[in-house]
Design a protein around this ligand. Structure first.
Ligand SMILES: [Zn+2]
Length: 378
């Protein structure tokens, strides 16, 4: 998964008052786009059609030595008045975040020349920003496999922190501009003295399993997002959703599966968690199984519980999903990279390491799962 980056190490412990050196790497965001060094390989891969782009994904050997964050601009390369702040430490290197007022202006006013220090292509605006750099979205970086998994994880973590700083520029209670706490990772309102800490959104990922007696096969419930959600992800995924206030994770699992597919589930067992910075999440993965008794009680004898194949009938929420299917390990296809918790949970079903929640806790270690990834992502 994206966070499995050993031997690399990201330490998110906040140290107040750290100052950058000219060589310190700086993460600069513009919305969800990040400023990257535009090397020749990046340029070539960006120009390829999607089907021609390399797909060795997370499993390739790292091209960069430990601690090498060459793909980020350094403090010394940024415009002189750039305001930076310590983010975290990566392989012993202090990484900073920039408030790019100058670049923000350039982004908003394409074609304006800010002198030699500020020039190159801003992908979205096709304007000049800074020589040798471009803004690129993390989704595009992931799809085009420009960076290694550990580097993408660094960017996703930086993005989540950046979102939190940007979204809390003003106090939500009294609208006064906030200031940085001198002691800890927190923003403080000087007017009403409220302290704002980083917030993380809990969400669940759910693999619903079912044993089809008619076919003597184990199946898992897979879905695809509806284009109506604005979610462009075209691959199979598991049921997922955010936890509501006042709800337990187990309640959330049952509610999300019911809302999206009309199915009742039981035997809910926790698997693993994953930070997912793109949407400020902490994902928690659960396996569970279809609950025939509860479904029967719910349907109260109206219509059959099973389709022609003997699978539980799915009532799809078509606002959220365009596909909901029961698939066997042979029938299912994995996502194109091995970054997500969703994909790892799907991989364990596909490799028949898990048939149902009763196979948890899993005896496999990380090295065993990586061996499975190599086997299925040859
Ligand atoms: Zn306030």
């Amino acid at each position: 998964m994206i966070q499995d980056i050993a031997p690399h190490f990201l330490d998110n412990h906040f140290v107040p008052g750290k100052e950058p050196s000219p060589d310190s790497p700086v993460v600069c965001f513009n919305g969800k786009d990040v400023l990257l060094r535009y090397d020749e390989k990046t340029a070539q891969e960006a120009a390829l059609a999607p089907e021609e782009r390399p797909i060795n994904f997370a499993l390739a050997e790292s091209r960069t030595p430990v601690g090498d964050l060459h793909f980020l601009p350094t403090y010394g390369e940024l415009p002189e008045d750039t305001n930076v702040r310590f983010l975290f430490t990566y392989d012993g290197v202090d990484v900073y975040r920039a408030k790019l007022s100058v670049l923000d202006r350039a982004h908003n006013e394409p074609g304006i020349d800010y002198g030699d220090s500020l020039v190159v292509v801003n992908k979205a605006m096709n304007s000049k920003v800074m020589e040798g750099f471009l803004f690129d979205s993390i989704r595009d970086i992931r799809q085009r496999v420009i960076l290694e998994k550990n580097q993408v994880f660094l960017l996703m973590t930086a993005l989540q922190l950046n979102n939190w700083y940007v979204d809390n520029k003003y106090c939500g209670r009294c609208a006064t501009p906030t200031v940085h706490s001198p002691r800890e990772r927190a923003l403080v309102c000087p007017e009403c003295h409220r302290t704002i800490y980083p917030r993380i959104l809990p969400a669940v990922i759910v693999a619903v399993t079912y044993y089809n007696e008619k076919e003597d096969k184990h199946k898992v419930l897979l879905t695809k997002y509806s284009p109506k959600t604005g979610h462009a992800f075209p691959y199979y995924a598991l049921v997922a959703g955010f936890t509501e206030i006042g709800e337990t994770l187990e309640d959330c699992v049952q509610r999300e599966v019911m809302e999206e597919t009309g199915l009742k589930v039981k035997n809910i067992r926790y698997y693993k968690s994953q930070p997912w910075g793109v949407v400020d999440d902490l994902l928690m993965g659960f396996y569970c199984e279809w609950d025939e008794e509860a479904q029967k009680a719910l349907s109260d004898g109206a219509g059959s519980l099973f389709d022609d194949k003997g699978d539980p009938v799915i009532h799809l929420d078509e606002n959220e999903l365009r596909t909901g299917v029961w698939l066997t390990p042979e029938e299912m296809t994995l996502q194109p990279d091995a970054y997500s918790l969703t994909n790892e949970m799907m991989l364990l079903f596909k490799s028949e390491s898990i048939h149902s929640p009763n196979d948890l806790p899993l005896a496999l270690q990380r090295k065993d799962i990586e061996a499975l990834e190599r086997e299925f992502y040859k």
